[in-house]
Design a protein around this ligand. Structure first.
Ligand SMILES: [Zn+2]
Length: 269
């Protein structure tokens, strides 16, 4: 069991200050990286419940990917803001994060809005529209050319299920998905990047999560995406358009395999 201890070093200053107020008033509470305490789990659940209407509204208006920390914090009380800060400033290296820090993503300037993408709901006949996404213009242009060629080649294309994502949006996702990983921070970082570490928030390495027209995105089983002709086409051809697979199978760094997540590698001016 590893704990983020209440040490008085500079790098821990924010965490320590925040951890003190996290949960009940028991002085210097510790955050167990392997599992939050029962009290902390309740606090996280309540925070998600309080944020839910706001997040849904931003989702519906298509502005969730450009959420700022200011607007995320603005509607919350001190306790909830403290919880957000704990997760915003987690010591990534100590937790075992191997991917590089990309920088905090604070907005969506210079981005193109991608909307009107219709795909089938997986395993169901009805179609659904993907929530509006944002991409740097150059990335969008290369993506469109690549998809044009994919269609000519195999008669199929892929859609942008997730493009640019601000660090505030990433922070919300990290806290939201704790529940899927037993409220273990150490487990959750294997699947959800910490704010500042996601390629979805770095226009120089902008990542796209793809989904196909049948709604297959690999979420339930990466193999479903890996088996697609669209995926095989990407493996052969994406490099010509500046895209590469970020998290391949059997990575030496122990990173989770994500066949749907491709980053743009050309330098963006
Ligand atoms: Zn991704």
């Amino acid at each position: 069991m590893t704990l983020i201890r209440c040490v008085r070093s500079f790098s821990f200053a924010v965490v320590v200050a925040a951890v003190v107020c996290f949960g009940a008033d028991r002085g210097c509470a510790l955050v167990d990286l392997d599992r939050l305490s029962e009290r902390q789990i309740v606090d996280v659940k309540e925070l998600i419940t309080r944020l839910s209407p706001f997040i849904t509204a931003r989702e519906q208006e298509g502005t969730l990917p450009t959420l700022t920390f200011e607007s995320l914090y603005a509607r919350l009380g001190k306790k909830d803001r403290t919880i957000l800060s704990v997760f915003r400033h987690l010591p990534a290296k100590k937790i075992g994060v191997k991917i590089p820090f990309r920088g905090m993503a604070t907005g969506g300037k210079g981005m193109i809005l991608v909307k009107g993408q219709i795909v089938k709901a997986k395993d169901r006949p009805e179609a659904k529209e993907i929530a509006p996404q944002y991409l740097p213009i150059i990335v969008y242009d290369y993506y469109q050319v690549m998809m044009g060629d994919m269609e000519k080649s195999i008669g199929r294309r892929l859609y942008v299920e997730s493009g640019y994502r601000s660090s505030a949006h990433q922070l919300y996702l990290f806290i939201f998905y704790l529940k899927n990983h037993g409220y273990s921070i150490r487990e959750t970082v294997k699947y959800v990047a910490l704010p500042g570490y996601s390629e979805h928030g770095d226009p120089r390495h902008q990542a796209i999560d793809f989904i196909n027209e049948k709604g297959i995105n690999g979420e339930d089983d990466p193999k479903e995406f890996e088996d697609l002709p669209e995926y095989r086409w990407l493996v052969k051809n994406a490099g010509k358009y500046g895209f590469e697979l970020s998290y391949p199978k059997d990575s030496k760094d122990g990173l989770t395999y994500e066949p749907w997540h491709w980053r743009f590698t050309k330098n963006i001016p």
